[in-house]
Structure formats: structure tokens, C-alpha cells
Design a protein around this ligand. Structure first.
Ligand SMILES: [Zn+2]
Length: 83
């Protein structure tokens, strides 16, 4: 997998663990040779860790999750809507 856009698109499934084994290897292979995608990957992985930790400790400042969701256009808190 040499295409950066393809790799970024698969990132979500990769982090969710829902990617096929082939896809997994392809992402790994690409990340080893592409620092841009590796950075994007690190950022996403770290963001998820931070969000999970904050949600667990119930320390998320009001509105922060909504702002993050709007940045990524993604429903992190699972309430079916962005923001
Ligand atoms: Zn790349």
C-alpha cells in the first residue's frame, strides 16, 4: 500500500482492530516508510487514549468532546451526532 490517502482512510479500521490481517500488514509496511502517515497515526492513537482516559475519569471539560468531534467530524461519544 503506497497511497497515503488510502492509508489514512484505513487508519480508523486499523485503530478499531477491524482491519483484515492483510490490511494490517499493509498499513504497518507503509507507516515504516512514511513519516507523514506515522505522525497522523500517532496523533489519532494518542487522541483516542486521551479521550478514553478522560471519559473514564469523567474529567472531560464541558464542550471539549464536542469541539474535538467537530474537528474530526466524527461521533466520539457515540450519541449518534457530531458535537
Ligand atoms: Zn503515507
Amino acid at each position: 500500500m503506497d497511497d497515503c490517502n488510502e492509508t489514512i482512510r484505513e487508519l480508523e479500521a486499523f485503530l478499531d482492530g477491524s482491519l483484515s490481517e492483510d490490511g494490517h500488514h499493509a498499513i504497518h509496511a507503509h507507516l515504516e516508510g512514511c513519516s507523514d502517515c506515522l505522525q497522523a497515526f500517532d496523533f489519532q492513537a494518542e487522541l483516542r487514549t486521551v479521550i478514553a482516559a478522560k471519559c473514564r475519569n469523567d474529567e472531560m471539560p464541558p464542550g471539549l468532546l464536542s469541539r474535538i468531534e467537530q474537528c474530526f467530524n466524527e461521533d466520539f461519544d457515540g450519541d449518534g451526532r457530531i458535537g
